[in-house]
Design a protein around this ligand. Structure first.
Ligand code: GLU
Length: 421
């Protein structure tokens, strides 16, 4: 699929660029700097030939985009999905740049993707794809160059293969080349739940800011993966009742609240919500429009668009996913007074703990879970306050405020480094 085949509202890179342009304008960014910050530093496309279980040779396509290296090595996950598109990877890489700058961790932004369906591949095929992908991007990654992590369709096991392949090529143990690893390989305590816990922390701050009581608040969560399910469970820990949760096929809704422990146990075995009877079956579209206080889109891009933004009833949207709101939906949500905690702040708990993992690997010393949690909480609360402060100062939405904060920090680093050559 060529970039032209994604329509404009659905093109994630255009969605990112639209917000970037507004922020750049508010900051009075000079035209040259505007170009530098919008253009990815490096894009790599690789062929990944793999012998499948049936003996056939199949060639997969992989990408790694390094959007900006101004504030440090590129940082960002690797996505395995059948519809991975270069414009999506570009957008996700840029979002990582702004996200790392918003929470002020010393990284640039990157993202990788492989066009494949992890649900249809055997474990052996997944491992061979991963190892070949690493071999093909080997020269561009490393603890001081580019540090991948999990994203949609990848997990700790994929990171384990990633680490092993890299270490085999290097001839030495280099745990800081990748984060989101199993703890046995140098992963950090608290990394698996970090994104969901960060979603809870910023939601709690948003409720306090709006004078809402979490114990009297309800939520709908789109997505039952690592981010969605853990967000629901973390929100429960502050008294928020989750009424609906979904997987890619549809949602489960109970107006009195869902039994999250039961759902978690079921998901650990089945990986989808099929067969659960603790709620009514509704569609993913219906879930988004439920009369709840908090909506957490934690699945994929572009689920809230100009078509359904008017029907959203939640007072708070916390973006667990990257890019769940199309740029065209922003104004509609603003005019309805929806308090949006934007992706580059809301889901930054994950990369924040990835940063801690990288720090621990480089020190050769592992922190206790409590230390990881306390440090992450501090960063998330402070970043939330900075974004709300920017929104007041520039009289803009939280989303544009977060872009202003992130873009300004990257522009500042770029100016101080100067343009070499
Ligand atoms: N994939 C996650 C994200 O989009 C985590 C990235 C990381 O930890 O580097 O933020």
């Amino acid at each position: 699929m060529s970039p032209q085949q994604i329509n404009s509202e659905e093109n994630p890179f255009e969605a990112m660029s639209a917000r970037f342009k507004i922020a750049a304008d508010k900051l009075g960014l000079e035209p040259g700097m505007f170009q530098v910050l919008l253009t990815p530093d490096r894009e790599i496309t690789v062929a990944i030939p793999v012998v499948m279980d049936d003996g056939a040779l199949q060639v997969f396509t992989g990408y790694r985009v390094q959007h900006s290296l101004a504030r440090g090595p590129a940082k960002g996950g690797i996505r395995y999905a059948p519809n991975v598109h270069i414009d999506e990877v570009r957008a996700l890489a840029a979002w990582m740049t702004w996200k790392c700058a918003v929470v002020n961790v010393p990284f640039g932004g990157g993202k990788g993707g492989v066009i494949c369906d992890p649900f249809k591949l055997s474990k052996g095929e997944l491992e061979r794809i991963t190892r070949k992908y690493v071999a093909r991007i080997m020269d561009f990654i490393g603890p001081d160059r580019d540090i991948p992590a999990p994203d949609m369709g990848t997990d700790g096991q994929v990171m384990g293969w990633f680490l092993d392949t890299y270490c085999n090529y290097q001839g030495s143990y280099v745990p800081a080349v990748v984060t989101g690893k199993p703890i046995a390989l140098g992963g950090s305590a608290g990394r698996i739940e970090a994104t969901g816990r960060g979603v809870m922390i910023v939601t709690r701050q948003a409720l306090a800011h709006l004078g809402m009581n979490p114990k009297q608040s309800t939520a709908a969560i789109q997505g039952a993966g690592n981010v969605g399910l853990i967000s629901a469970m973390q929100l429960a820990s502050i008294g928020v009742k989750t009424l609906a949760i979904s997987d890619i096929h549809g949602a489960l809704y109970n107006k009195n609240g869902l039994d999250l422990d039961l759902i978690a146990k079921h998901l650990a075995k089945a990986r989808n919500l099929d067969g659960l009877t603790c709620g009514d079956r509704i569609s993913n579209e219906q879930l988004l429009e439920l009369p709840v206080d908090i909506l957490v889109p934690a699945a994929t891009e572009n689920v809230i668009t100009s078509k359904n933004a008017n029907n959203i009833k939640a007072r708070v949207i916390t973006e667990g996913a990257n890019g769940p709101c199309a740029a065209e939906a922003d104004q509609i949500l603003d005019s309805k007074g929806v308090f949006v905690v934007p992706d580059i702040l809301a889901n930054a708990g994950g990369v924040t703990v990835s940063y801690f993992e990288w720090v621990q690997n480089r020190m050769g010393f592992a922190w206790k879970q409590q230390e990881v949690e306390d440090r992450m909480e501090h960063i998330m609360v402070e970043s939330f306050q900075s974004v709300v402060g920017m929104s007041k100062r520039f009289q803009v939405s939280n989303r544009i405020a977060a872009y202003i904060l992130g873009v300004d920090r990257v522009a500042d680093a770029t100016r101080r480094r100067g343009i070499y050559g």
